[in-house]
Design a protein around this ligand. Structure first.
Ligand SMILES: [Zn+2]
Length: 323
């Protein structure tokens, strides 16, 4: 669990300028990334409604895409800001989109007065005497009017496990182990089955409409379950000094964990059988290994391993095609 403390800082004139510039860079990044997502949403709408691709084939962009793009195309302003601070801006945008999909307002562009904080999420900061050291900003005078509790001592990385989760299937780990889903997920599944039955009884009215409703309903029920599972796993892990990382689920069940080739299969195919390298594995086991590999490769490319030696991590995804 996180604890929040507030302390007053006393930057000098120069530091004040840098702090304001950092805020401004973050705000621009937030607004630009939001604009990019809006543009993509519009392209997808055009595609759905008119089957036209005026500016090439649109893809849905997510947090990982935007983070990757940020790393690849930093402006000179962005280079002056600690990289994790910038990544956190993309994370904020992602969170506000998640909130939107959970029924809150659509993310808004932020004016100068409405964007007033930035975050060092894991590293790049430290306390020494009466100074707080912020990477790329400097040592700023701080009044520590109360003690800061020591965080739980992080443990060294010894094991990493990829986890594939699915509503209909079990929780499957990259070592091949499987676990029954907890009660709350099974309840979601029961509700889902009931709703599917109820809707299929009403099929006469409009076949397509019911399928749509069914799909949306199924998605919202399962999302609630996943969020609960992820939340519980994260807080458990935090107490144990471990890390849970969510990875992009795209193609993890379709790609071969042995050779990387794409082996398309629909949901009814429960065994991954690779015509290229001959690997034969349980479908979810194959996905869990891909998830593990994805997590490790993410560390290499984005600098998440700047985590000051934390790291025993688990990885988890939701199977985008579970429904
Ligand atoms: Zn293969």
């Amino acid at each position: 669990m996180k604890k929040t403390y507030q302390f007053r800082i006393y930057p000098n004139k120069n530091q004040e300028v840098i702090l304001n510039r950092t805020l401004s860079t973050c705000r621009h990044l937030y607004n630009d990334s939001l604009a990019e997502r809006k543009r993509q949403a519009e392209l997808n709408r055009l595609k759905k409604e008119f089957e036209v691709f005026p500016w090439g084939k649109p893809d849905w962009i997510n947090y990982y895409d935007q983070k990757r793009e940020l790393t690849a195309t930093k402006t000179s302003f962005q280079k002056e800001v600690y990289s994790q601070v910038l990544q956190d801006v993309i994370k904020r945008l992602d969170r506000s989109f998640k909130n939107f999909f959970n029924g809150f307002g659509y993310p808004r562009f932020h004016g100068r007065n409405r964007y007033n904080s930035f975050t060092y999420p894991q590293s790049g900061f430290g306390l020494e005497d009466d100074k707080i050291n912020l990477s790329k900003i400097g040592n700023i005078k701080i009044i520590l009017h109360r003690e800061i509790e020591e965080p739980i001592i992080p443990v060294e990385t010894k094991t990493e496990t990829g986890i594939d989760v699915g509503l209909s299937s079990l929780i499957t780990m990259s070592n091949g182990g499987q676990i029954e889903p907890p009660e709350f997920l099974r309840e979601s599944e029961d509700k889902l089955t009931q709703e599917q039955k109820r809707l299929s009884r009403k099929k006469k009215r409009s076949q397509i409409k019911n399928m749509m409703q069914n799909h949306h309903l199924a998605k919202s029920i399962s999302d609630a379950g996943w969020n609960q599972l992820i939340g519980l796993t994260k807080s458990k892990a935090e107490y144990a000094g471990k890390v849970v990382e969510l990875v992009n689920a795209r193609n993890t069940s379709q790609n071969c964990s042995g050779c990387g080739n794409s082996v398309p299969k629909d949901l009814s195919v429960r065994v991954h059988s690779c015509p290229f390298c001959g690997l034969e594995l349980d479908r979810d086991h194959n996905a869990a290994i891909n998830i593990l590999n994805r997590s490790i490769s993410t560390v290499g490319t984005t600098g998440i391993n700047a985590r000051q030696g934390l790291l025993s991590r688990g990885s988890m995804q939701r199977d985008a095609q579970a429904l």
